[in-house]
Ligand binder design. Structure first.
Ligand code: PLP
Length: 399
């Protein structure tokens, strides 16, 4: 048989989804697994949002909408950007897609030619490099450091040859590190992009989950030149605990980008689910209480997790300011032996944790961060306490 597409074969399956599936399978077989792998809030979608979806079904609002998203939802997004982010866009500058992941692919497709470079600070969310490769572009990874809060600096950017760079992806707050960029840090990055005519893909899907009283600042909010080059990515998944509803969106004042994505989406998927779009209008307009309560819960869990983890002498963790993940530094574990197995890397560590302690975590290598594992605190306090205790107990046997 003739071989299948080289491009298709170059895509790596998502490591996070694979591990979540393995932990789920063990659980379904009756094993008492504590899973720190969740990439979604462990809250139900609020009732008022669910009811809006049910109402849409009952009213027969179950037909095609405009391919780029229905007017009512675009209007709610425009209002949200104006009132919450102090950003003015028109409805024609918004495109609603089947989740932010889909929005990201669309944007990369619209911007990149074969051979373009796309800057991606590491640690990064596992999907970015694969999407960059999928459109024929090259991920240019810039390794950030734990001591700098896992944030890319202007000094690092100044060392890059910008000639072939089409775009940079700034994920703020960041998955997997929880890093949150300050206004000044965004300004430095944004001005560098303006200087070299580089697009900024600003993935702000965790914007509502920032702690310690920090104010989230959108990249597009710094100045008009930066806004012109910024394409905002956002969505319903994390803010409203609507991961299964599949609604994401972009905002951009670049007409060409909007035109290309509208056309692409009209052929590839048509509109995102009409029911989810109706529910998303209610989500955007009436969720303040839910968001506050989810954020308060996450902040409490983060603090609990940090205090427990920092009580384990073999590993360490800096304080993340956003999202719902911590990056556990396991560099002192590499080369040591646990349960008779030599730990050579983050995959070995994740494996031994799952096999010996029934705790599942995500190896850092998938995020371009060898020497770390990611733990999600999107689980109950009781499970956090039990899971970290198991890690501590297992590490105490390390030789
Ligand atoms: C940084 C980041 N961007 C985008 C997404 C995708 O979200 P969606 O469910 O809207 O596709 C995720 C989901 O994990 C994420 O972590």
């Amino acid at each position: 048989m003739k071989s299948i597409s080289k491009l298709g074969q170059s895509i790596q399956p998502s490591l996070t989804l694979a591990l979540t599936a393995k932990a789920k399978k063990m659980k379904s077989q009756g094993e008492d697994v504590i899973s720190f792998t969740a990439g979604e809030p462990d809250f139900n979608t609020p009732e008022n949002i669910c009811n809006a979806g049910i109402e849409a079904i009952n009213k027969g609002l179950t037909k095609y909408t405009v391919a780029s998203g229905m007017d009512e939802l675009k209007e709610a997004i425009v209002n949200k950007l104006s009132s919450e982010n102090n950003l003015e866009y028109t409805k024609s500058q918004i495109i609603v897609s089947n989740g932010a992941k889909h929005s990201l692919f669309n944007v990369l497709f619209a911007l990149c030619n074969e051979g373009d470079d796309v800057i991606l600070p590491s640690p990064y969310w596992v999907t970015y490099p694969e999407l960059i490769k999928l459109v024929g572009a090259n991920p240019i990874i810039i390794e950030t450091s734990e001591s700098n809060g896992f944030k890319v600096t202007i000094d690092q950017l100044n060392k890059i040859d910008p000639t072939k760079v089409k775009a940079i992806i700034i994920n703020n707050p960041n998955n997997p590190t929880g890093a949150v960029y300050s206004k000044k840090e965004l300004e430095d990055i944004g001005n560098w992009c303006v200087k070299h005519d580089i697009y900024i893909i600003a993935d702000e899907i965790y914007e509502k989950l920032v702690y310690d009283g920090i104010n989230f600042v959108s990249m597009a909010n710094i100045n008009d030149d930066i806004k012109d080059r910024t394409i905002i990515i956002n969505g319903m998944s994390k803010t409203f605990s609507m991961t299964g509803w599949r609604i994401g969106y972009i905002a951009s004042n670049n007409d060409a980008v909007i035109r290309v994505i509208s056309g692409l989406q009209s052929h590839m998927t048509s509109n995102p689910c009409s029911i989810s779009q109706y529910a998303s209008v209610v989500a955007l307009e009436d969720s303040d209480e839910f968001i506050l309560s989810m954020k308060t819960t996450f902040e409490k869990r983060r603090n609990l997790m940090l205090s427990l983890v920092n009580d384990i002498k073999e590993v360490s963790c800096e304080k993340p300011e956003g999202a719902f993940y911590i990056m556990l530094n396991i560099q002192n574990v590499i080369g040591k032996t646990i349960a008779g197995k030599v730990i050579n890397n983050s995959i070995d560590f994740a494996d031994v944790l799952l096999d010996e302690a029934k705790v599942s975590v995500v190896p850092g290598v998938g995020f371009g961060a060898e020497g770390f594992v990611r733990l999600s605190y999107s689980i109950s306090e009781k499970d956090i306490e039990e899971g970290i205790k198991r890690i501590k107990d297992l590490l105490s046997t390390m030789r």
